[in-house]
Design a protein around this ligand. Structure first.
Ligand code: G3H
Ligand code: ZN
Length: 287
């Protein structure tokens, strides 16, 4: 059931658990995530970066695929189709394409411009019944061409952006996209605590979910994080399972080269990864 992310995240924040955002790249990815959410009766957010949207030929193709798949698989749990790290232009494209949620990543603009553009997009998204995420501070590392310096968010700026009426707020708290380096200092819980105190009931978003230790995830949830984004970890799981299949020569046996067989171990690996994360985030049975 395709819905905006607002209700599921408000419930998650109040219930002290988090909903996973898993990024999609193709049909297999989408199907694995939807089936796992249904099996575990968990709400879920399908994240689409601008790069992945282009890869899948465009946001309209993505929206049409997700809507049809949601229907044909008989998915009953709440599913949000969300633009991840959207540009100003990308947000408008997803509104038109029929997404149910957008993220406007205005973190690279001066705060005044971020505020002005976010204000406008909040009005547009809400008029369409969509939810909207904004970002303050920046997430370190790189995701699909979006590069962040990784500076921690200022809690007062977080309050200013939360007051614009966004439905969820991503704040940089030392989190990084991709694999965490050996010398990573960990999440700044002092910053998160200060942000939560300033923003009250606002569901907070933790980007860069790949590789964050379980105890930090749980602490972040206890301090107001209600949405956690995971991308790289699913890619790594898919890659590892596919590699094993090929290295074992299974693609050479019988009809093992058939893409439906070749891609099956990777699709199963994504299901396992999504299941593990939903259990960790506490969203199982919360549909
Ligand atoms: O926006 C998506 C994410 O923040 C995912 O980050 O690739 O480090 O899991 P990740
Ligand atoms: Zn991100």
């Amino acid at each position: 059931m395709l819905v905006s992310a607002k209700e599921m995240l408000d419930k998650a924040k109040a219930g002290h658990y988090a909903v996973g955002q898993f990024n999609i790249n193709n049909l297999e990815w989408t199907k694995s995530i939807l089936l796992t959410a249904e099996e575990l009766q968990s709400p879920v957010i399908l994240g689409v970066s601008e790069g992945a949207g282009k890869y899948m030929t465009g946001f309209e193709t993505v929206a049409a695929m997700v809507k049809a798949m949601d229907k044909e698989l008989g998915i009953t749990v709440p599913v949000a189709l969300h633009l991840d790290h959207g540009s100003y232009e990308g947000c408008y494209k997803c509104v038109k394409a029929g997404f149910t949620s957008i993220m406007f990543d205005g973190s690279h603009y001066p705060i005044e411009e971020n505020v002005a553009k976010t204000t406008e997009l909040v009005k547009v998204a809400h008029a369409m019944g969509m939810s909207i995420e904004a970002e303050v501070g920046s997430i370190g590392g790189e995701e699909d061409g979006v590069v962040g310096a990784g500076e921690c968010a200022d809690p007062n700026e977080c309050k200013a952006v939360a007051d614009l009426g966004v439905d969820m707020l991503a704040a940089g708290i030392g989190n990084i996209h991709g694999k965490y380096p050996e010398n990573w200092q960990g999440l700044s819980f002092d910053t998160l605590d200060a942000i939560q105190q300033q923003t009250g009931a606002m569901p907070l978003v933790l980007h860069g979910g790949t590789g964050i230790p379980a105890d930090m995830i749980k602490k972040a949830i206890s301090l107001g994080v209600a949405k956690i984004n995971v991308n790289t970890e699913c890619q790594l799981a898919f890659q590892e399972a596919t590699r094993k299949y090929i290295e074992a020569g299974k693609d050479l046996e019988g009809k093992g080269f058939d893409p439906r067989k070749l891609l099956a171990p990777g699709a199963e690996a994504i299901k396992d990864m999504v299941k593990e994360k939903m259990e960790l985030f506490g969203s199982v049975g919360k549909a």
